[in-house]
Ligand binder design. Structure first.
Ligand code: DC
Length: 203
């Protein structure tokens, strides 16, 4: 079984994907980490973020066994990831890796799983929430980890990132006709999880 979960930043799709994978006994791939890892390597090596050939070369040589979620979760890395993610050659370099991962059954979450990576997925979920709610969650999450968090700055960043992820020419974030919409604006994670399980059970 392949479950494709797409949605904007901070929509809760990652948490939901992890819980569904554990519940169903499937592997899970947070595909955002791949784009983040490419961006982090460019940043660490002082390479430009706007050179497609260099970024694609880094993407081709990515060591997926060494993805450090903590380091990759940094805000600057997410911003940079959103920039390298607009490059067709980077996306092409990461395509096979994601399809191979999905081939034996998995939950994948990202922006283009239902549209490009796994268009034949058994279940597609499009997880979203209002920008205000997502910014509030991100602010609370950072504050809980003792990090500085300014709601207005976070909201502005999210809106900018949404526009880049949904407005790009290649594999933009979008809900397919066969995807089930889960708007979590007024749902906690437990409710979202139960709704997702109901959808999967009904297939
Ligand atoms: O979900 P995230 O914040 O970790 O993703 C980081 C960036 O990577 C996001 O802004 C867009 C990009 N991305 C993508 O283009 N396609 C995916 N399948 C996953 C992430």
């Amino acid at each position: 079984m392949i479950i494709a979960i797409d949605g904007p930043a901070a929509s809760g799709k990652g948490t939901l994907a992890r819980r569904l994978a554990a519940h169903l006994g499937l592997k899970h791939l947070d595909t955002g980490l791949l784009y983040r890892a490419v961006a982090a390597e460019l940043l660490n090596r002082g390479l430009p973020l706007d050179d497609e050939a260099t970024a694609a070369e880094v993407a081709s040589g990515l060591d997926t066994g060494a993805l450090d979620r903590d380091m990759l979760s940094a805000h600057e890395v997410g911003e940079a990831a959103s920039k390298v993610a607009v490059m067709p050659a980077v996306r092409a370099a990461l395509l096979k890796l994601q399809r191979d991962f999905a081939a034996t059954g998995a939950v994948l979450d990202g922006r283009d799983i239902g549209t490009v990576i796994c268009p034949d997925a058994d279940v597609k979920l499009f997880v979203t929430a209002s920008a205000q709610v997502r910014a509030r969650r991100r602010t609370d999450e950072l504050a809980a980890r003792g990090k500085a968090a300014d709601f207005d700055a976070i909201l502005a960043d999210l809106v900018k990132r949404d526009a880049r992820d949904a407005g790009r020419a290649v594999a933009p974030l979008k809900q397919t006709a066969d995807a089930h919409l889960l708007d979590t604006s007024e749902m906690d994670i437990e409710t979202a999880f139960r709704k997702a399980v109901d959808i999967i059970d009904s297939i």
